[in-house]
Each structure stands twice: as structure tokens, then as C-alpha cells.
Design a protein around this ligand. Structure first.
Ligand code: FES
Length: 150
């Protein structure tokens, strides 16, 4: 079984196949930008994009990701290293505080903008509701998304 991640193909060893996608990303493939928070699909820290849709990697069996195009935070910037517009806005508006949840926040926000480039407040809140932040960065994230700054 192979995984297609950030435009690259990765082999998944037979002994990994019962693990979560998050575990394989972090522990076997070295893609540690995706974070472990709750491990139960509740916090959003582990969010990646699966065919452009925000997906909790901690509760997704790695076998379910085969045959799909995965994007992790390591693949959000352009191939030449140009930051994604959201990443630029995140820096400009000093969104992160401790930063732990921000990879998941960015992936959910990027998935939202893929589907809806000009989200209103309701769309933004619906898309980001599953991404928790204990520092209180939600208002700045909401501002970036709703004001269309990205
Ligand atoms: Fe996956 Fe919390 S670590 S949702």
C-alpha cells in the first residue's frame, strides 16, 4: 500500500496498516508538523486534507487514506517554498500564540477556502468549530478568513 502525501508517494509497511494515519505520518514518515492532541477526533490538532477536505488523521485508519491525495502542513506552501497565502496572513496578523494547534487550524482554514473562497461568518464558524485553541486565537483566525485577507 502507498500513500500520496504532498505530491510524493510513500510506501506503507505491512506492519503499519492497522495504525492511524496520524501515527504513520508522525512516527514512520517523519511528518511531525501534524500534531497529536486528543487522539479522539475532538480537537482538530491532527487535521490534514484528504482530497482537499479537512480530515482528522488521529481517527482515520491509514488504510483508508490509500488512493487519496493527502496534504499535510508540510505541503501547504508551494513546491518552491512560497508560503500559502494563509501562512502569510497568519504571520502578518500574529495569529499563533503557543502554536500547538495551528497546523490543524491552517489545514481546516485552507480546506474551507478551497471550497468557499469568500466564506461568511457562519461558514467560517462551521468550518473551524472543530479546531480548538486554548490560547484564544480563534478571533484572529476568524478575522483573517472572514475579511478575505488570505
Ligand atoms: Fe485528532 Fe484531536 S488529535 S482531533
Amino acid at each position: 500500500m502507498d500513500l500520496q502525501i504532498n505530491g510524493r508517494r510513500h510506501a506503507v509497511a505491512a506492519e503499519w496498516r492497522d495504525e492511524s494515519l496520524l501515527h504513520v505520518l508522525r512516527e514512520h514518515l517523519g511528518l511531525v508538523g501534524t500534531k497529536f492532541g486528543c487522539g479522539m477526533g475532538l480537537c482538530g490538532a491532527c487535521t490534514v486534507m484528504l482530497d482537499g477536505v479537512a480530515t482528522r488523521s488521529c481517527v482515520l485508519p491509514v488504510s483508508a487514506a490509500a488512493g487519496h491525495e493527502l496534504t499535510t502542513i508540510e505541503g501547504l506552501a508551494g513546491a518552491d517554498g512560497t508560503p500559502h497565502p494563509l501562512q502569510r496572513q497568519w504571520l502578518e496578523h500574529q495569529v499563533p500564540q503557543c502554536g500547538y494547534c495551528q497546523a490543524g487550524q491552517l489545514m481546516s482554514a485552507a480546506a474551507l477556502l478551497k471550497q468557499n473562497p469568500r466564506p461568511d461568518a457562519a461558514a467560517c464558524e462551521a468550518a473551524m468549530a472543530g479546531n480548538l485553541c486554548r490560547c484564544g486565537t480563534q478571533q484572529r483566525i476568524r478575522g483573517v478568513l472572514i475579511q478575505g485577507l488570505a
